[in-house]
Each structure stands twice: as C-alpha cells, then as structure tokens.
Design a protein around this ligand. Structure first.
Ligand SMILES: [Zn+2]
Length: 68
C-alpha cells in the first residue's frame, strides 16, 4: 500500500508541476489568425502561436519552456 500511495503522490506532483509550467502561458484568441474551424491562440507570455478546433486554448506552451 505504501508503494501505491507513493505512486499517487508522485502522480499528483507531476500534475501540479506540469500545470504550473503551462500556467505562465496566457492564451488569447486571435480571430485575425483563425483558419477554417480552428481557433488561433496567441500566448501572451511567450508569444507562441497555436490553434485548436475544440474552442478552448491549447494546454501546452509551444515555446518549450523558454523563459520570458
Ligand atoms: Zn507560452
């Protein structure tokens, strides 16, 4: 059971850290860059560009951890 608990803790930590990593990204819809059904988003923090078809901002930053 200790091992299972450890795995859960590790998993939660990974979630927290990965979330913190992308939290710096502030995706903003840029309608001037929309393509078809896709929505273009620009990251206000690092300037990355991405587009999604889900209507929601991208989860990841495309800048690959480049600091601002
Ligand atoms: Zn970003």
């Amino acid at each position: 059971m200790v091992i299972v608990a450890g795995l859960i803790v590790a998993f939660v930590l990974v979630l927290i850290f990965s979330d913190r990593k992308t939290r710096n990204c502030r995706w903003r819809e840029d309608r001037t860059l929309d393509v078809g059904e896709g929505r273009a988003y620009r990251c206000m923090a690092c300037g990355a560009l991405d587009s999604t078809v889900t209507g929601k901002p991208p989860k990841d930053c495309k800048a690959g951890g480049k600091s601002v």
